[in-house]
Design a protein around this ligand. Sequence first.
Ligand code: COA
Length: 269
Amino acid sequence: MRTSFEHLIWEVEGQVAVLTINRPEVLNALNADVLEELDEWSTQIHPKLEQSTNPIRCIILQGAGSKAFVAGADIKEFKGKTKVEAQAVSTRGQRIFGQIEQLPVPTVALVEGYALGGGAELAIACDFRLAAPNAIIGFPEVKLGLIPGFGGTVRLPRLIGYAKAMEWMTTAKTITAKQGVDVGIFNAILEQENENMLDLAKEWITPLCSMAPMAIKSVIFAMKSQQNMYSTQFFEKEASLFGTLFETHDFEEGVNAFLEKRNPGFQNK
Ligand code: COA
């Protein structure tokens, strides 16, 4: 398996492995290269985790630096894409996040700072989410004239309920660590300020790592097979709507406004 990537850092220490998305200069935004590497990593690691000799009991996903987990898909790469290309981007992101969701050991998103858009979607494709005190999670795609395209419209309502998911995704509301724990999107807040959040996350998963690995794997399979039974069409619908929005004026305006650091002027066309 490839262990050296340009934008990913993969470290295994005993029973715990850590995957770091490493583009801190753009708040770890997911461009095509990062997605390519996530695809490769998740494809290659899966069979290794299946082996009975595999020592890894848990994988922590984090972003480099303390300002962001992942601030979304790379908005700069949205410009100039056709509807068909955009739909393909969405389908690909959905597939890669699906591969991560299907990994046979528990995955934990350690959210320090922003987990927005595609970053929030990556976090909710994991089994658990731990919030640093500065965590901010949300789905701001409508500000760009878009919708979540990497499975957010499917996974979020299952996780936090229909009404809250609808509210968050239509208002681009951002949620703090405390609010996120109350709603159930975060499992816990890693409270101690100035502590190393990764060390605290490793402490949090210690009980998990001491349980019977095959039993944990079976819980994961049992819960996820229920979810997968009815979701294919939902993902297809999301990708199709995501692509269609790329043909609108408001998408172009939303993306230009972000890049020019100004508020968008939407025209409903
Ligand atoms: N795609 C591409 N670049 C991004 C990005 C994204 N999703 N999020 C942040 N960046 C870049 C910024 O363009 C900026 O680059 P620059 O220095 O070349 O201008 C850099 O990361 C730092 O971000 P900046 O916006 O200056 O930081 P901030 O503290 O003022 O704001 C955020 C932080 C997260 C609130 C803001 O970056 C933001 O809204 N990002 C987009 C979030 C989003 O809509 N995600 C969903 C995408 S589908």
